[in-house]
Design a protein around this ligand. Sequence first.
Ligand SMILES: [Zn+2]
Length: 169
Amino acid sequence: MRDTLVLNASFEPLSTVTLNRAVVLVLTDKAVVEQAHPELKMRAAAVELPVPRVIRLCRYVRVPFRRHAPWSRRGVLIRDRNKCAYCGRRATTVDHVVPRAQGGGDTWLNTVASCAADNHRKADRTPEQAGMPLLFEPFVPTPSDAMLFALAADDRSALPEWLTQSVAA
Ligand SMILES: [Zn+2]
C-alpha cells in the first residue's frame, strides 16, 4: 500500500495515512488532492479519482502544543480500533496489561482494548501469568494520530474530549 502525505490546511505536513484512508478523506470532503500519481487512476464509489500522493485538509487542524495525547479509556479503544488485544474480536473494555492490583497504571503503554470475556479471564494477572500473549503492542498516540482518529470517526459525538480538543471547531 502506498502512503499518502497529509498536509494541514496551512500546508504544513502532519502525518501520512494509507491510500484507503486518504481516499475516504477526499470523498468525504475533509481533504483535497494536492498532488496525484501522474499515471494512476482509481475507481471509488463510482467516481474516478486521481491516486493521491499528497492531500490537504480542508479545515485547519490545531495540533495541541504537547508531545502526547492524554490517556483515556475511549482513546485506547479508538487507538486499538475496538479490536481485542488478546483474541482480535470486538473489544468493548480496556484492560490493564500490568493489572492495577500489581501497580500497573492508566497509561497508553499499559492499556489495551479487550473483549469483556478476555478481560474477565485475565483478571488480576499479567499476560505472562495468564498465558494470554498480546496480539499487538500498545503505543502512545501522537497529537497527529489523535487528529487522524478524529477525522476517521463517523460519530464525532462519540469522541473523547482529548480528541475533539485537537480538532478546530
Ligand atoms: Zn478477546
